[in-house]
Design a protein around this ligand. Structure first.
Ligand code: ATP
Length: 368
């Protein structure tokens, strides 16, 4: 499957969109490699849909370029672009059966013999045998698959997906995430997926761009942006983080030394975005280990003393809150794999972690 001429990478160059005085997309530049699954992730209002609409041609950029390979497609009308979009509202034609819904793009181009291609598409989305049904006779998940088949039948070079799973319940959404990834691998074209759901973005995409206020905060592989976030915003947007306000005191060998609340810590230099001045020392809750410890906690390397103030059993893990000696709160997740002991509320503990799992971020002076 695929187009005869390779599309090339999709490039956004200094793309900006203003609505009056409000800047929705702010000088955005990025390259989406051909054939990759790319996710634009961000909270409501950060400009991700506007970015997608500029790629689709549904919104005109205030300035900047949309390039596919070497070709600037910003001047092309939406239907002239080798791009198709799947929306959250499936927008199927209710009076047409599934076969005709999928065939629509071919018919519009004047193609009469459509059956073989339609059946190929229905097989791709695992809906063989559903051709004669009407959309209303399908579940939400099945309707979404039809929308996907209809968008792919014209062999676009880029498929844009705007919160396509937003209307599905959690279990179905998980199934469809795996499905979408399989389909993308099979057709091999570029998918650009917009979502506010971090798990969805991380499950499917090769590369995730975290957007905030019209700009990209960080771009990288899911594990990279989770394990080594570039900013406090990204650290908090992707899951939870314990961010300890401290001061970095420069390097000692391969480590950066940090003091926070009177205790000393170190972070491998490769995981430090700054080496001097105000910092956040970040540790993910699942990387924090709690050990019961009564008595004085030595002011030592990599140790924080505290008391458990909440313990919530959530099946796969137990989630603890720990109030530290200096009054802040830490979050720790312990896998319920049967080896860890349940620690009740009120237990005095020491929290520790492997320094290789910590990260160091810039902090504005006064911010904590
Ligand atoms: P959501 O997930 O809620 O769709 P989003 O990240 O996709 O959010 P956009 O829809 O791109 O955000 O909108 C970005 C900003 O631009 C928002 O503050 C929105 O109110 C504003 N905006 C979008 N379209 C218009 C418009 N036609 N006129 C004025 N402002 C707009």
């Amino acid at each position: 499957m695929g187009h005869e001429t390779p599309a090339g990478d999709l490039r956004l160059a200094n793309l900006t969109k203003r609505f009056g005085v409000f800047t929705a997309v702010d000088d955005l530049s990025l390259t989406i490699p051909q054939g990759s699954f790319f996710a634009l992730l961000g909270a409501s209002g950060c400009g991700k849909t506007t970015t997608l609409r500029m790629i689709a041609g549904l919104e005109e950029p205030t300035s900047g370029q949309v390039l596919l390979g070497d070709r600037d497609i910003a001047g092309l009308r939406p239907y002239k672009r080798p791009v198709n979009t799947v929306f959250q509202s499936y927008a199927l034609f209710p009076h047409l059966d599934i076969h005709e819904n999928v065939a629509f793009g071919l018919r519009r181009r004047g193609i009469r013999k459509v059956t073989e291609q339609v059946e190929q598409m229905l097989a791709l989305v695992q809906l063989e045998g559903y051709g004669r049904r009407k959309p209303a006779q399908l579940s939400g998940g099945q309707q979404q698959r039809v929308a996907l088949a209809r968008a792919l039948i014209n062999h676009p070079q880029v498929l844009l997906l705007d919160e396509p799973l937003g209307a599905l319940d959690l279990k179905l959404r998980r199934q469809m995430q795996i499905e979408l990834k399989r389909i993308q691998t099979e057709v091999g074209i570029t998918f650009v997926h917009v979502t506010h759901d971090q798990e969805e973005a991380m499950t499917m995409a090769d590369t995730v761009a975290v957007m905030n206020a019209g700009r990209i905060e960080q771009l990288g592989a899911p594990a990279e942006i989770y394990e080594y976030p570039a900013s406090a915003f990204v650290a908090n947007f992707l899951g939870q983080s314990n961010l300890l306000a401290g001061e970095a005191a420069g390097r000692s060998g391969d480590e950066v030394l940090v003091t926070a609340h009177g205790a000393r810590f170190s972070v491998p230099a490769g995981r430090a975005r700054v080496e001097q001045g105000p910092v956040f020392l970040g540790v993910r809750p699942e990387k924090l280990h709690l050990v019961e410890h009564s008595g004085a906690v030595p002011v030592n390397h990599q140790h924080i003393g505290g008391v458990i103030t909440d313990a919530s059993y959530v099946g796969v893990s137990t989630q603890y809150l720990v109030r530290t000696a200096w009054g802040s709160e830490l979050s720790a997740f312990a896998a319920n794999s049967g080896v860890d002991r349940w620690l009740p509320v009120g237990t005095p503990v020491v929290a520790h972690w492997d320094p290789r799992h910590a990260f160091l971020l810039h902090r504005e002076a006064g911010e904590d």
